[in-house]
Design a protein around this ligand. Structure first.
Ligand SMILES: Cc1cc2nc3c(=O)[nH]c(=O)nc-3n(C[C@H](O)[C@H](O)[C@H](O)COP(=O)(O)OP(=O)(O)OC[C@H]3O[C@@H](n4cnc5c(N)ncnc54)[C@H](O)[C@@H]3O)c2cc1C
Length: 494
């Protein structure tokens, strides 16, 4: 007989993880299934910012005529800024070891200069949104101070600069780990989680959903009272699987970042501006390097969309060259690059994307007790978990009793080092099954400047006895990890 769950979550990215943690804490008997590894989808392809939401505020404010023309969208943007500030305060206080403050600078030129009082008002509004819990540290620089700022040397038009704003953003050390942490917290309070297990079928059986799970060992069916679709850019494929291909809620938007070494003066400092098309453009410090982007382009969400193209790399280099002609950076200066496809909410009318982050109850659209989340972001993932839990609670009562959301967990071994203890913990306690699971998403070494390649052999040898790998399988895991790194990060093929 199939087991019956209250909720089955499709996907194992940050939104699925947050939904799993919140639903389990609310007493729902929950199973989460991820076809790859936790956090291996778009959640591993981000710009790694626990962003304060300033970008939403500028989108919301625009001009009075723009506001009056689209008041709904402006109000939505204000709401997103508030949620970003609240998500920032919640996460920075809850997991200070997973983030670090980074000082960002925005130059004010003739075309984007604003009076100081307006800048102060905007930051006051933002600070009020989280009750001033995590300071933004706004500093407004005069034209003279901006001209002398080390991070602005080499910038086009520096002689005509009107001033600059500097403030504090937070950056995740490694977002994949946040997904893993969240899944593990949910498991600690009773959620079942399966990685490398795809949902391949969804069909109605009486009042329940029959969910087919496929893994390397074979397929099996389980039953669920509700399905919570957190498959990111793939949510519409899941809805189609449930028999409703006409319901479309997502639109994919590809984003690309490139990694370079910038001049010494920029070390450790972030730079933020907007492109002529109005898209945000960042130079974000990463150790001694910076990643630059994101460069946005349309995507159909297919896996090919996750690969960086030469066209995208040269578009970012062009934009960087226009901003900082003094750097003289060329294609051969790009150390590596990555791309991801953002899940974005499809705008009403089915054309283009909306900034909104939304939970959809599809019961009224012919799919009883199916919930879909669109536009989900890392930086507001706990809010997403709460919203999905509220949506489910409007339809179903949990079969169990509430549990603590953030139960204290035993200390981890040092996950910044490849050691017997860290590799064993990744496999035995955190469900890592491949070398990539270990090096990229359980340990931080996958984000070292060589993207973890120097650790591959040692980590594979330490993993082999736990995972029963023969010497051929160990060699195949090493080769697969190196191949994946070369492909995903656009490294030259050797
Ligand atoms: C370039 C770029 C920069 C970004 N920068 C930031 C940033 O700085 N800050 C921020 O907060 N956000 C940022 N984002 C957005 C953020 O990364 C995403 O919105 C977020 O990670 C989406 O999480 P998710 O859980 O919805 O999707 P995903 O992480 O993609 O998770 C969905 C999962 O569903 C799984 N899945 C699909 N089909 C099935 C199936 N049939 N069975 C089982 N599993 C399935 C997939 O394998 C995948 O792992 C950025 C995105 C991009 C592309």
């Amino acid at each position: 007989m199939s087991e019956i769950y209250d909720t089955v979550i499709v996907g194992g990215g940050i939104i699925a993880a947050a939904a799993g943690q919140h639903l389990t804490a609310a007493g729902y008997r929950t199973l989460l299934a991820e076809r790859d590894d936790y956090g291996a989808g778009t959640s591993s392809k981000t710009s790694r910012l626990q962003h304060c939401g300033l970008g939403y505020l500028s989108a919301a404010s625009g001009s009075i005529t723009a506001f009056l023309a689209h008041p709904r969208s402006a109000i939505e943007c204000f709401g997103l800024m508030r949620r970003s500030m609240q998500g920032r305060a919640e996460f920075v206080r809850m997991a200070p070891e997973r983030v670090k403050p980074v000082s960002f600078i925005i130059p004010m030129m003739l075309e984007n200069t604003i009076p100081r009082w307006k800048a102060r008002l905007a930051f006051r509004l933002m600070a009020a949104s989280d009750g001033g819990q995590v300071p933004l540290n706004l500093r407004i620089l005069s034209a003279e101070e901006a001209r002398a700022h080390p991070a602005l040397q080499g910038m086009a038009g520096l002689e005509d600069i009107r001033g600059a704003m500097s403030f504090t953003e937070y950056q995740y050390h490694w977002p994949e780990r946040i997904v893993v942490d969240t899944v593990m917290k949910a498991r600690a309070i009773g959620m079942e989680a399966l990685n490398h297990t795809a949902v391949t079928g969804l069909a109605r059986q009486g009042d329940l959903w029959r969910v087919t799970l496929a893994a390397a060992e074979g397929s099996r069916d389980i039953l669920a009272r509700a399905v919570v679709n957190c498959a990111g850019v793939w949510v519409d494929e899941i809805t189609a699987m449930a028999g409703a291909p006409h319901i479309r809620k997502n639109i994919g938007q590809k984003g690309t970042n490139i990694v370079l070494r910038l001049p010494e003066g920029m070390r450790g400092i972030g730079f933020e501006t907007v492109t002529v098309a109005g898209a945000p453009f960042y130079l974000i410090p990463w150790g001694e390097l910076h990643y630059v982007g994101p460069w946005d382009s349309a995507s159909d969400g297919s896996p090919e969309g996750f690969r960086v193209t030469e066209g995208e790399i040269s578009a970012i280099l062009d934009q960087l060259g226009r901003l900082f002609p003094g750097f003289g950076l060329k294609r051969e200066d790009v150390l590596y690059a990555w791309a991801g496809v953002r899940p974005r909410s499809l705008a009403k009318g089915g054309k283009g994307s909306a900034p909104a982050v939304r939970e959809h109850d599809l019961s009224g659209e012919g799919l009883p007790n199916v919930f879909t989340f669109t536009g989900g972001l890392l930086m507001t993932h706990r809010d997403a978990g709460r919203r999905l839990t509220r949506a489910v609670a409007r339809r179903l009562k949990p079969s169990g009793t509430p549990r603590p959301l953030d139960a204290p967990s035993p200390p981890l071994p040092d996950m910044d080092q490849v050691t017997e203890a860290s590799v064993a913990h990744a496999i035995l306690d955190e469900q890592a099954c491949t070398l990539s699971d270990i090096l990229r998403r359980r340990l931080s070494v996958g984000w070292e400047p060589d993207l973890g390649r120097r650790h591959a052999v040692r980590a594979a040898k330490l993993a082999a006895p736990h995972l029963g790998w023969t010497s051929e399988e160990t060699a195949a895991q090493i080769a697969a990890f190196i191949d994946e790194t070369v492909t995903e990060f656009n490294l030259p093929k050797r």
